[in-house]
Write a protein that binds this ligand. Structure first.
Ligand code: G1P
Length: 292
């Protein structure tokens, strides 16, 4: 069987985006006019996922509202004859059926994934982190599912990053199998550059086996005192091969204000309705500020 279930850990407090995240989930911050989380959900839809689970937390209600119907708004748009907008808002509610489970304590990504145990049952599943958005012809998760369908092994998205940046990521040790595939022998969560086993960083897409749940359950807190998914993968890698996959596509880290800004500018530039105009503005700005 292929991958049909995906989980989205969205319980984080978004402290990097304070003050806006004081009263707004970071997943709802827009890239141009679409919330960041929608890009990730769309990737999963386009990858053939049909069962969506949000691992949610306190104050995350706007996410539920966003992916639901909005009776009053739809009624208003209909009365005004704004058919295109009506279709747009309806399409978001109809995009997928989302289940929700609360992560009651902020105990880390590994714990968030563990909260999905009952829902997932006994099958392989995908995890997508909302801080990573991948712009690619074939959706990143779909590329990974194709690797899984061949190998029937856990698959983790990886990408080379500058050495000085490795301490922001899970980092793998492994041997190349060709075609962008790696057999992972070990992983370290956020190592210092001098301790990192490579410059191959884990990006927020995983295809995991149900055997990850008992591992997570017995894991001691790791980095930052949290239950780390990377540590669970490390245990798993001792028993069975995990595949690292260097995916195709542009990856945006929207988990920081600078990354969100970069994604916003680049995605605005590639929009048919905005791109040309916005590019002219940027060119003017560059000239005015003598940036070149
Ligand atoms: C998480 C994981 C890390 C991974 C990263 C990818 O870290 O713990 O292993 O490399 O996502 O974005 P976070 O960025 O949530 O601190």
């Amino acid at each position: 069987m292929s991958i049909k279930k995906a989980i989205f850990p969205v319980a984080g407090l978004g402290t990097r985006f304070l003050p806006v995240t004081k009263a707004q989930p970071k997943e709802m911050l827009p890239i141009v006019d679409k919330p960041a989380i929608q890009y990730v959900v769309e990737e999963a839809v386009q990858s053939g996922i049909d069962d969506f689970l949000f691992i949610t937390g306190k104050d995350k209600r706007p996410l539920e509202d966003y992916f639901d119907h909005s009776g009053e708004l739809e009624h208003h748009l209909k009365n005004q004859g704004k058919t295109e907008l009506l279709e747009l808002v309806q399409s978001i509610a109809c995009m997928c059926q989302i289940y929700y489970v609360r992560q009651k304590k902020p105990l880390g990504l590994g714990h968030a994934v563990w909260c999905a145990k009952q829902h997932i049952g006994d099958e392989y599943f995908a995890v997508l982190l909302g801080d990573d958005i991948v712009d690619s012809g074939k959706p990143c998760l779909k590329q990974m599912i194709e690797v899984y369908d061949e190998a029937k092994k856990p698959v983790v998205a990886i990408r080379r990053v500058p050495r000085e940046d490795v301490s922001s990521y899970g980092v793998i040790a492994g041997k190349p199998l060709g075609g962008g595939l790696w057999e992972i022998s070990d992983l370290v969560e956020k190592p210092r550059p001098e301790d990192a086993p490579s410059d191959l960083a884990v990006i927020g897409r995983y295809i995991l086996p149900p055997q990850i749940f008992p591992v997570l359950e017995n894991l001691e807190p790791g980095r930052a005192g949290e239950i780390q998914l990377t540590d669970a993968l490390r245990v798993l890698a001792q028993d069975e091969p995990i595949i690292g996959y260097e995916f195709q596509g542009i990856r945006y880290d929207v988990g920081t204000p600078k990354g969100l800004l970069i994604a916003t500018v680049e995605m605005a530039l590639s929009r048919d309705d905005l791109g040309e105009d916005f590019e002219r503005y940027l060119a003017q700005l560059v000239r005015k500020r003598n940036l070149l």
